[in-house]
Design a protein around this ligand. Structure first.
Ligand code: SF4
Length: 407
């Protein structure tokens, strides 16, 4: 494989001797804030309830990590294309922490022009003053975890907010100056009818958010919900109802001029989430914070992936003492990285860019994965043209299955 403008070097990391290269893909930064006011029973994110989170120590640990990653040869000299504060509940964090991380990121890496800087906020922890302070700190995109605008559904989800607080959080965000707002919504809840979901979606559309993320509830293993569901199953929608909710979502949002750029994500033109789109395009990213993950390209065309210690207190100790807090690290071969890049790209409506893929991995994806693709191509669920490989309307609901066939 021919590699242009790339620097080969060796970097010693946690006693591992790893060959890396400076990639030409955009670099992104994810910052994990692991604290929540309450653990929702369906949640499998790395979130922890603490009476008084150790914000000062957590901030110091994040800054230590950021400095350390800035010296990584694969990232050195690269500006950040986007930042994302996710959780947990980042909107519990003091604005001074958010501001300090952004300042350090700018100082150590530099931010690209029009760098998207997102923060996840929960309506239950929304405060007008804090939203204003986040905006002032440089956050230019707010993602609000509304989930539902139905009182009973929110109660079942164990969210700490009610519909009024969700609507109020949106207005607060607007008043604070945010003109790029996402609302997270969830469908496929027990006993939820299509009409109820349509109503929630319509209310969200009427608010005029620039971006909507609509995910179907899944019962994730090792959650409190999974344990309860195993004992007494919840009346979740059957396949037919779930499918009609999925199709209706696309139809209703297309009608309201939202562009479906990914299976579950919809935006006004030009306002897709650049950060998440970067994951699906297999960009490099640094993850800092408890349980955060990152990846970078290696000289053999494969990638290195890592994830951090998940418990906040152990993370703080390790990052403060060592500058990093890696819990596990994994090397993916060139072949495995290509399969993973393909799997992720098929989530995007535009699908996989064959030319960019070939430049990056040295072979054509349509030829290389033809045996995995053929059954789906025959059924017209997967479409292949000169430039792209992408899911058809009938293939979209089976995206997970179709894309996983390359792994
Ligand atoms: S608020 Fe979000 S991250 Fe926190 S427990 Fe609930 S679902 Fe998980």
């Amino acid at each position: 494989m021919k590699i242009l403008n790339r620097i080969t070097t060796k970097w010693f990391y946690n006693n591992a001797h790893v060959h890396i290269l400076k990639s030409t893909t955009p670099l992104r930064l994810y910052v994990h804030i692991p604290f929540c006011a309450h653990k929702c029973h369906y949640c499998d994110f790395n979130s922890h309830v603490r009476n008084q989170p150790a914000w000062q120590q957590y901030q110091q640990a994040l800054l230590h990590e950021l400095k350390q990653w800035a010296s990584h040869p694969s990232f050195k000299g690269k500006k950040l294309a986007s930042l994302f504060f996710g959780g947990g509940t980042p909107s519990l964090a003091p604005a001074s922490l958010i501001s300090a991380v952004i300042e350090m990121a700018e100082q150590q890496f530099g931010l690209s022009e029009q760098c998207e800087i997102s923060l996840e906020a929960n309506p239950g922890s929304a405060e007008a003053e804090r939203f204003q302070a986040y905006h002032k700190a440089g956050i230019n995109r707010l993602s609000i975890g509304v989930q539902s605008l139905d009182r009973m559904e929110l109660r079942w989800l164990e969210r700490i907010h009610n519909p009024e607080e969700a609507l109020n959080a949106f207005q607060m965000a607007r008043s604070a100056g945010f003109n790029n707002i996402n609302l997270d919504l969830m469908f496929g809840l027990p006993k939820q009818t299509l009409a109820q979901w349509q109503q929630t979606l319509q209310a969200a559309i009427q608010l005029g958010a620039e971006h909507l993320s609509c995910y179907q509830l899944t019962v994730e293993a090792h959650t409190a919900l999974a344990a309860k569901h195993a004992q007494t199953p919840y009346p979740l929608p059957d396949d037919e109802l779930a499918l009609s909710m999925f199709h209706n979502t696309r139809k209703q949002l297309a009608h309201a001029d939202y562009h479906a750029y990914e299976i579950s994500n919809f935006s006004r033109p030009t306002l897709k989430c650049q950060h998440n789109d970067g994951y699906w395009q297999y960009d490099d990213y640094i993850g800092i914070g408890a349980g955060a993950a990152g990846k970078w390209n290696n000289i053999d065309g494969g990638v290195t992936r890592y994830s951090n210690i998940r418990t906040p207190e152990r993370y703080i100790e390790e990052a403060s003492n060592c500058g990093t807090a890696i819990n596990s690290q994994e090397l993916l071969s060139h072949e495995a990285a290509a399969a993973e890049a393909c799997w992720l790209a098929l989530r995007r409506t535009d699908g996989l860019d064959r030319i960019a893929f070939k430049q990056r991995f040295g072979f054509d994806a349509a030829e290389h994965f033809s045996s995995a693709f053929n059954p789906w191509v025959t059924q017209q669920m997967l479409l292949v043209d000169k430039h792209s490989i992408y899911l058809s309307a009938s293939g979209l609901p089976l995206a997970d299955m179709i894309s996983a066939s390359v792994l």
